[in-house]
Design a protein. Structure first.
Length: 165
C-alpha cells in the first residue's frame, strides 16, 4: 500500500514538473518572436499620394525605401485616405507572397480619415548583401477609387554588415 502511494506521489510530482517546464516552452514557441538590436530608423513622407482603383496591388507612391538591414525590421505607416475600402501590406524585396506581419490589413475610411499600422519582419543577407527594399502597397478590394491625401512611413532596423550600398 505504501509503495502504491509513493508511486502515485512520484507520478504526480513528475506531472507537475512536466507542466511547469512545458508551459513556458509552449508560450515561447507560440509567440513567433523576431529578434534584433534595432539601432537605426529612417522615415519618408508624402502629401502627393495620388489615387488607385481596380483590384491590383500598387506601391504607395513616394513611400518605398531601400536600406541595409539585418534581423528584425518594423515599419510603421500612417496614411490619410478617402474613398472605398483599402488594403495595405509591406512587401520586402519584391516578394508579395511573403508580406511583413501581420500581412494584409483592411481599412474602410468614413470620409477623409487617417490610420496607422505597424508591420514587422526579419531580414537576412541574400548573396552576401544586406540591402533590402521595403514597399508599402495598397489595393482597392472592391475596385473603387481610393485617394491618398498624405502618408508617412518610419522604418526601425538593425544595420546590416554585408554589401551595404
Amino acid at each position: 500500500m505504501r509503495l502504491l502511494r509513493a508511486r502515485r506521489r512520484l507520478f504526480l510530482l513528475l506531472g507537475v514538473l512536466l507542466i511547469v517546464v512545458a508551459a513556458p516552452l509552449a508560450v515561447i514557441a507560440a509567440n513567433h518572436n523576431f529578434n534584433g538590436a534595432a539601432e537605426r530608423q529612417s522615415a519618408k513622407w508624402t502629401t502627393n499620394g495620388g489615387t488607385v482603383s481596380g483590384t491590383r496591388w500598387h506601391d504607395v507612391p513616394g513611400l518605398g525605401m531601400t536600406k541595409c538591414t539585418l534581423n528584425e525590421v518594423s515599419e510603421t505607416a500612417t496614411l490619410t485616405v478617402s474613398g472605398g475600402p483599402v488594403r495595405f501590406r509591406v512587401v520586402t524585396d519584391g516578394v508579395p507572397e511573403a508580406p511583413m506581419k501581420p500581412g494584409i490589413l483592411r481599412f474602410v475610411p468614413n470620409g477623409k480619415e487617417s490610420v496607422t499600422y505597424t508591420f514587422v519582419g526579419n531580414t537576412a543577407p541574400f548573396e552576401a548583401d544586406d540591402d533590402h527594399r521595403f514597399d508599402l502597397q495598397w489595393q482597392s478590394p472592391t475596385g473603387a477609387t481610393i485617394t491618398l491625401h498624405a502618408g508617412a512611413v518610419n522604418l526601425v532596423f538593425q544595420r546590416g554588415t554585408q554589401g551595404c550600398s
